[in-house]
Design a binder for this molecule. Structure first.
Ligand code: ZN
Length: 242
């Protein structure tokens, strides 16, 4: 998935669901690394999508996923549209930035980028409202985009973005750190008869797959012991771990 091995601090905290009003369902519409042969390669030079997209209706409240400090809240004519970026110091010379994109408005006002580690814009508490979902910037529908990047403090106290040669300019997959969110996605290829189902599940659990079934109408066959019967699930197609 990455071009080079990535350096990830062991103590990245669990990120809370940024859209708490959304019931747990398979609403991740684009995973990290997807769509490599697209604008991500052609315009940005990335291996694919540099974050995750979560579908939500227009105006859905987004909250901060971590205790952090604001470093930017700005609308520019770029891919993320109206966006908010925050920085969290993990206390071991590592930290991370989160960027939330495509907002309608923010609860924070406009603040131009300051370097991570700078606290002048003030604290953003985990769970604090930061914006409302829209489709501003390079987007085809209402959703929240999240980018996670890791930073490291050097011996004179400056924070530097690391993993910049990983194929995503330092962005890493936020999904493993995201709490309480369905991790599976169903892709239906309607060009085949019967349709072929592809299920991608980076860390999906049986419960999450069963929830996926309830939300899509797809029958998720189970074995006697309650585990998913993958052979019955996709007899004509493929179940593809991401
Ligand atoms: Zn996105």
């Amino acid at each position: 998935m990455y071009k080079t091995p990535v350096e990830i601090p062991s103590n990245i905290e669990t990120l809370i669901n940024p859209l708490p009003s959304r019931y747990l369902k398979p609403d991740i519409t684009q995973f990290f690394g997807e769509n490599g042969l697209s604008i991500y390669r052609d315009v940005y030079g990335w291996l694919g999508h540099n974050g995750i997209d979560i579908f939500a209706p227009f105006g859905t409240i987004c909250v901060s996923m971590a205790d952090s400090y604001l470093i930017e809240s700005i609308s520019r004519n770029t891919g993320y549209g109206l966006r908010v970026s925050t920085f969290t110091d993990l206390g071991n010379n590592y930290g991370f930035t989160l960027t939330y994109g495509h907002f309608w408005y923010t609860y924070i006002g406009y603040r131009r980028w300051i370097e991570p580690g700078n606290k002048i814009y003030g604290r953003i508490k985990k769970g604090q409202k930061i914006g409302r979902v829209d489709s501003t910037g390079n987007s085809t529908g209402n959703h929240l985009h999240i980018t996670l990047k890791v930073w490291k403090k050097n011996n004179v106290g400056d924070w530097n973005l690391i993993n910049i040669k990983n194929g995503y300019n330092g962005a890493i997959n936020p999904l493993p750190y995201l709490q309480d969110h369905t991790m599976a996605k169903l892709l239906v290829d309607k060009s085949t008869t019967p349709p072929t189902y592809h299920i991608s599940f980076p860390i999906g659990s049986p419960d999450e797959l069963k929830g996926l079934g309830r939300n899509t109408g797809l029958v998720i066959p189970e074995k006697a012991d309650g585990t998913i019967d993958f052979e019955k699930l996709a007899p004509t197609g493929e179940v593809k771990p991401l």
